[in-house]
Ligand binder design. Structure first.
Ligand SMILES: *Cc1c(COP(=O)(O)O)cnc(C)c1O
Length: 401
C-alpha cells in the first residue's frame, strides 16, 4: 500500500476541499486499483512473533486489529481531515457515536459544558440526561446570543458544544465570536457540522477546535449507511480521543467507510446543487406558509451571519404551519417527497420534528428551542426543483394554504 501517487501530505494538504473529497488520503495496493480497496478484515497476520510485539509496543509501523486501525477506514479518516483542514480525524459507527466520543473523551466528573439549546434531539439528550449522570455540569443557552456564551462560563467550563445551522430550527451560531471567546478561556469548542459539511462551511477556519459529524447525512448523501467522524489537532486525536475510542470501540466498519468514501466523491456537486434547489423551493414555500426558517433567505434573522460563514446554506430548511394537524396533513398529502426523518439524502424528504427527531427531548425543552407542533423540516434533494415545487404546491393546497 502506498499513498496517492507517492505524494506526501505536505503537497496534498493544499488541494481544495473538492479535490480532497475525490482524492485525499487514497492509498493504492500493488494492483494500482482506481477505486479504493475495501479491506473487510478484523485482524492482521505477521511474519514473526517479534514483529507483532514491535507493533503493539509502537516500535514498528503496521496494523494490529481493526478496532485500532484498518486501511479502508484510515483512507476515509485522512480524506475527511484533509477536507476539513484538520490535522487528524477518527471515524465512528454513527453520528451519535461521534458526538458521544467527542464529548466523553475529554470530560470528567466535575467539569462543565455549555451547549446551545437548539440541537438534534439525541445531542440534547447527551446534555440533558447523559452528562449529569456522570457528574458533568451542563448549561443550555441560546446559541444565537453571543453574550449568553460568555455569561455561562465558569471556572470549570471545559467545552462549548453547538450545531450551526441547528437541527431543525436553523439557528446560526457566530463562530468567529464564540470560538475566540472559548480560546481566550481555554475552552474547547466542539462543532457539529452535519448540516453543512466541509463543502459548505469549515468551522476550523473560524477557530473551532473539534468538528464532529454525522457522516450519515450529506457526506454519505444517498441514504445507505450510518457513519460519524471527529476532527481535531493531532494532539487532541492521539492523546485525548484515541485512548477513549480504542478502548470503548465505537468504530466504523470498513464497509461503511468505503460507502462514505464513494459518497464524498460527489459531495461538492450534491451539496451545491441541493443548496441551490433548496433556495429555489424555499422561495416558493415562503410565499405560501406563515413562517419559514431558511438561512439562505433574506427573511432569516441571521441571514447575513450565515452568508459570512457558509459558501451555500445547504439542502435543509424548516417551515411552520398552524399546528400539528395541518403539519401532519401536509406530510400525508405529499406524493413525490417522502415522509422520512433522514437529511442530506439525494431524495427530498420531509418530517415532523416534534414527533420524530425531537421526540426524545422533553416538551419544555422542545418549546424552549422553538420546535413547535406546526413545524416541518424538509431536505431538498437532487430532483428537478420544478417537480418538488409542484408536489408541495398540491400538498399545501390540500391543507388550505
Ligand atoms: C443526524 C444528526 C446527528 C446524529 O447522527 P446519526 O448518524 O444519526 O447518529 C447528530 N447531529 C446532527 C445535527 C444530526 O443531524
Amino acid at each position: 500500500m502506498k499513498k496517492t501517487t507517492g505524494l506526501d501530505r505536505s503537497k496534498t494538504k493544499n488541494w481544495h476541499p473538492a479535490t480532497q473529497a475525490v482524492r485525499g488520503g487514497t492509498w493504492r495496493s500493488e494492483h494500482g486499483e482506481t477505486s479504493e480497496a475495501l479491506f473487510l478484515t478484523s485482524g492482521y497476520t505477521y511474519d514473526s512473533a517479534e514483529e507483532v510485539a514491535a507493533r503493539f509496543a509502537g516500535e514498528a509501523q503496521g496494523m494490529t486489529y481493526s478496532r485500532l486501525q484498518n486501511p479502508t477506514v484510515a483512507m476515509l479518516e485522512e480524506r475527511i481531515a484533509l477536507m476539513e483542514g484538520a490535522e487528524a480525524c477518527r471515524t465512528q459507527a454513527t453520528g451519535m457515536a461521534a458526538m458521544t466520543t467527542a464529548l466523553l473523551c475529554q470530560l470528567s466528573a466535575g467539569d462543565h459544558i455549555v451547549a446551545a439549546k437548539a440541537a438534534f434531539g439525541s445531542c440534547r439528550w447527551l446534555i440533558d440526561h447523559l452528562c449529569p449522570r456522570f457528574g458533568i455540569e451542563t448549561t443550555v443557552i441560546d446559541g444565537r446570543d453571543n453574550d449568553a456564551w460568555e455569561r455561562a462560563i465558569r471556572a470549570n467550563t471545559k467545552v462549548f458544544f453547538f450545531e450551526t445551522p441547528a437541527n431543525p430550527t436553523m439557528d446560526i451560531v457566530d463562530m468567529r465570536h464564540v470560538c475566540a471567546l472559548a480560546r481566550a478561556h481555554g475552552i474547547t469548542t466542539v462543532v457539529d457540522n452535519a448540516f453543512a459539511t466541509a463543502a459548505l462551511q469549515r468551522p476550523m477556519d473560524f477557530g473551532a477546535d473539534v468538528v464532529a459529524y454525522s457522516a450519515t447525512k450529506l457526506m454519505e448523501g444517498q441514504g445507505r449507511v450510518l457513519a460519524g467522524a471527529v476532527c481535531g489537532t493531532e494532539k487532541f486525536i492521539n492523546e485525548v480521543l484515541l485512548p477513549f475510542q480504542r478502548n470503548t470501540g465505537p468504530n466504523l466498519s470498513p464497509f461503511n467507510a468505503w460507502v462514505v468514501m464513494k459518497g464524498l466523491e460527489t459531495l461538492d456537486l450534491r451539496a451545491r446543487r441541493q443548496s441551490e434547489n433548496a433556495l429555489t423551493v424555499g422561495k416558493f414555500v415562503e410565499g405560501r406558509v406563515p413562517r419559514i426558517l431558511h438561512p439562505g433567505l433574506a427573511s432569516h434573522p441571521q441571514h447575513n451571519l450565515a452568508k459570512s460563514q457558509m459558501d451555500d446554506c445547504g439542502p435543509i430548511f424548516s417551515f411552520i404551519l398552524e399546528g400539528r394537524e395541518q403539519a401532519m396533513g401536509l406530510l400525508n398529502a405529499l406524493e413525490l417527497v417522502d415522509i422520512s426523518n433522514n437529511i442530506g439524502d439525494s431524495r427530498s424528504l420531509c418530517c415532523h420534528p416534534a414527533s420524530t427527531t425531537h421526540y426524545s427531548v422533553s416538551a419544555e425543552a422542545r418549546a424552549d428551542m422553538g420546535v413547535v407542533e406546526g413545524m416541518l423540516r424538509i431536505n431538498i434533494g437532487l430532483e428537478d426543483p420544478r417537480d418538488i415545487i409542484a408536489d408541495l404546491d398540491q400538498a399545501l393546497t390540500r391543507v388550505g394554504l
